[in-house]
Design a binder for this molecule. Structure first.
Ligand code: T4K
Length: 384
């Protein structure tokens, strides 16, 4: 086994321990534990700052954040919303759980994001919205999706779970469409253990999501309608703020790791490291390789297995993709009336490898050695 301790994808960045404990101590001193406390408000202000948006509303996770944003934007049960299939299943499940029908579009192979031409072909009489995703922090084609949404009068939301600190056309992701939703799950490069945020420039939408997050109670204390409970607690905000303070160090480590992986795997047939959008700022939180079995002579899953033997726990982000799992798989006419060959191709090739500040050049050399040896062993078998 190459590594004594497991090397994992998604190892949390906890930030400075003393600072976290100090914040948690403050929470206990104040005994204000949740319901829009001072740390949640500070976290929201930092997020608004970072994204350049007028409002950031913290939630208990991104999945619930998508649901609240969808409801606040006027989507209702039975409405169809077009989403890429190549994403984490939460994007689709968030809608399905509240009775909105996800209809899956194909992806662009370079960006990994929704193909606007395919989105357009899927727009039908029941389509009420588009939910774009900035997969692995690579900004999706916001301009094209905005044009489609305007032309057809659709709600436009973005799942920005991976995209904190990234830019689109030089502007921080967070202000496009009706709202964008971020995740601060433990495995994200900025985490609040569990958490999310709805970010928007729309004052009315922001007020509505604040109400929906808190049982439908409006700013004056009246119950304005049915809501849910999706608040972030002060403990979670303490972690979020502390993790956020380390953002520059974490991005720098991720960027450095991306370069080392690219160097170590350069020229290996059938294996490429996925890149980020040219000219944009990226957070590099996911280090994703693609293994093309037809060229490498070995499948992505064989590489995954070889890494596991050496105690490297790679993840198949994202495979299977949304339309390949239930409940969507069993109802193709409803959920994917058009074929999705490029999304399926991506899903067969991608593999996320460990990165982050706890992963160094030595680890990466060891990981890449396993990948290279697996491919070379396949080459030798072919020759023999
Ligand atoms: N939209 C998109 C595009 C998303 O990617 C996600 C979440 C969402 C929406 C929804 O966001 P949230 O509602 O969760 O805020 C993980 C995360 O659970 C999930 O949040 C994330 N996407 C997805 C891409 O990855 P799993 O099932 O792979 O997580 P898990 O718990 O198996 O952890 C993965 C690895 O991380 C483990 O092998 C080890 C490491 N780990 C994990 C945890 C929880 C740690 O080292 N420490 C930890 O505490 O989904």
């Amino acid at each position: 086994m190459a590594f004594g301790d497991p090397l994992v994808v998604g190892r949390p960045n906890a930030g400075e321990r003393a600072r976290l404990l100090e914040r948690l101590g403050g929470v206990l001193d104040r005994l204000w534990l949740t319901n829009n406390g001072p740390l949640v408000r500070e976290f929201e202000a930092r997020l608004a700052d970072l994204t350049g948006a007028r409002h950031a509303v913290a939630t208990c996770n991104a999945t619930t954040g998508i649901q609240i944003a969808a409801r606040a934007a006027g989507l209702r049960p039975g409405d169809e919303v077009i989403v890429p299939s190549f994403t984490w299943v939460a994007t689709a499940h968030a809608l399905e759980w509240i009775g909105i029908v996800p209809v899956f579009c194909d992806s662009d192979e370079i960006t990994g994001n929704a193909d606007p031409d395919h989105v357009e072909r899927l727009i039908g009489p029941r389509t009420r919205g588009i939910l774009g995703v900035h997969v692995f922090g690579y900004p999706c084609d916001v301009d094209a999706l905005t044009r489609l949404a305007r032309a057809h009068g659709l709600v436009l939301l973005f799942d920005a779970a991976h995209a904190l600190g990234c830019t689109y056309r030089g502007r921080p992701i967070g202000t496009s469409g009706d709202a964008e939703i971020f995740s601060f799950h433990a495995t994200k490069f900025v985490n609040s253990v569990e958490g999310g945020a709805i970010v928007t420039d729309d004052d009315e939408l922001a007020a509505r999501v604040r109400e929906l997050r808190n049982q439908g109670i409006d700013a004056s204390g009246h119950i304005s309608g049915a809501g849910t409970v999706a608040r972030m607690s002060e403990f979670h905000a303490a972690m979020g703020l502390t993790s956020l303070e380390a953002i520059d160090t974490v991005v720098e480590a991720n960027r450095r790791n991306q370069r080392v992986y690219e160097e170590q795997l350069a020229g290996l047939p059938g294996v490429v490291v996925r890149g980020q959008a040219p000219g944009e700022r990226a957070n590099f939180q996911y280090l994703v390789i693609e293994v093309d079995e037809a060229v490498a002579g070995v499948s992505r899953d064989a590489v995954l297995e070889a890494l596991l033997v050496e105690n490297v726990h790679a993840r198949r982000y994202f495979s299977p993709i949304c339309h390949q799992v239930e409940p969507y798989r069993s109802d193709p006419a409803r959920h994917f009336p058009l074929p999705l060959p490029r999304a399926e191709g991506l899903a067969a090739r991608v593999l996320s490898l460990p990165t982050g500040p706890t992963v160094d050049a030595g680890h990466i050399a060891g990981i890449c050695r396993v990948v290279r040896e697996t491919v070379h062993a396949a080459e030798r078998r072919l020759v023999a």
